[in-house]
Design a protein around this ligand. Structure first.
Ligand code: KG4
Ligand code: ZN
Length: 333
């Protein structure tokens, strides 16, 4: 039997999870409301909140899994990518826990973990599969050949898809993180009301900065004509923005499927919680004859269950690290 404790602290969520023989028994997530009024994550405040949250979060995960902490066989933690100060809290905790209990330490790449969240529940994708990983910091199309054998086929040249949602929200005076709010209002609006541009990028890379500027100009123009424009059109603006972001993402995914001939398609990361992206992928998959994999909501945004499941796969092949390990703000899949 293998019991793995997973720790996630790369951004603004402190999370701990217990995985027993590949099954997730608990997944506790402590969010950080402190950032909402700043319109984005403030790194120093994130580190401090992680320090306050880490011990109670781990305790809760152990209790919820109904195990004793002495039974834990290994600790897996997010090494990166992410905010360095935030990563340091999880990394230091994991190192001390492993040292004190004399158990192995496992480093996990956060972006790989988002993808490996697909191995928590059934149905699990067969290799090879393509994964569109869309979060607040990244937008990638990854060819997943095996658990830890991943090839980056395309990525964003500027903003991430989550950033496009969050920055639009800021323009619309909505609090951070704006993605879930835009999703909520979009469901009540007309997605064809406002025309927004699709960037013409030849390869499998993305760009969202032009879209952000187009939205800003559209709002400024309309508000000049009608000061109540935003109040009167919020749902339609959100629906139009969301539809454009989703079509940009899905058109590239379709292109990647055509280029590689791979027909197992997955989405991962915070933006994979978006209702438009989920239903859009489902519909496209049916038309294209793809096997489509969409994570449960709780495994889309940052969580430690994905770290624990990735850690479990590494535990099976004795892929451990020493106490000299340090976090990395940048890491490739
Ligand atoms: O994966 P994640 O939790 O953290 C990072 O690793 O960045 O992703 C957070 C991002 C934020 O930009 C947030 O606005 C976005 O995911 N997000 C959404 C939705 N839920 C979260 N974007 C659009 N629609 C949603 N329902
Ligand atoms: Zn993430």
């Amino acid at each position: 039997m293998a019991i793995i404790l997973g720790i996630e602290s790369s951004c603004d969520e402190t999370s701990a999870s217990i995985c027993i023989d590949g099954e997730i028994k608990s997944n506790i997530i402590a969010g950080q409301a402190v950032h909402a009024k700043y319109g984005g994550v403030v790194p120093e405040l994130a580190s401090r909140a992680h320090q306050q949250n880490i011990i109670p979060t781990v305790d809760q995960a152990i209790q919820a899994a109904k195990i004793h902490k002495n039974a834990i066989d290994a600790v897996a933690f997010t090494r990166g990518p992410g905010l360095l100060g935030a990563l340091l809290v999880g990394t230091s905790f994991a190192k001390s826990f492993a040292l004190a209990r004399n158990i192995p330490l496992i480093e996990v790449n956060h972006m790989q973990a988002h993808i490996l969240a697909h191995f928590i529940d059934d149905p699990k994708p067969a290799f090879p599969f393509l994964c569109l990983t869309v979060s607040g910091g990244h937008t990638q199309i990854v060819l997943v050949k095996d658990y830890f054998e991943m090839e980056l086929l395309g990525e964003t040249l500027d903003d991430a898809a989550g950033e496009a949602f969050d920055k639009t929200a800021k323009i619309l005076n909505l609090p951070y993180p704006g993605g879930p709010l835009i999703d909520k209002y979009a469901q009540l609006g007309d997605p064809n009301k406002f025309k927004l541009p699709e960037p013409q990028i030849a390869d499998l890379n993305f760009s969202f900065s032009g879209l952000k500027t187009a939205i800003l100009y559209l709002i400024q123009d309309e508000v000049r004509k009608n000061p109540d424009f935003l109040e009167e059109n919020l749902n339609d603006v959100c629906a139009s923005v969301q539809q454009r972001i989703v079509t940009i993402l899905l058109n590239k995914l379709k292109k990647a499927a055509q280029q590689t001939g791979v027909s197992n398609l997955a989405i991962a990361g915070g933006v994979s919680a978006n209702s438009g992206l989920r239903s859009g992928l489902q519909a496209l998959g049916e038309r294209q004859g793809w096997n489509v994999f969409i994570p449960k909501f709780e495994y889309c945004t940052d969580n430690a269950a994905m770290i624990a499941i990735a850690g479990y796969q590494k535990y099976l092949v004795n892929d451990f690290v020493g106490q000299d390990i340090t976090p990395l703000a940048r890491m490739h899949v």
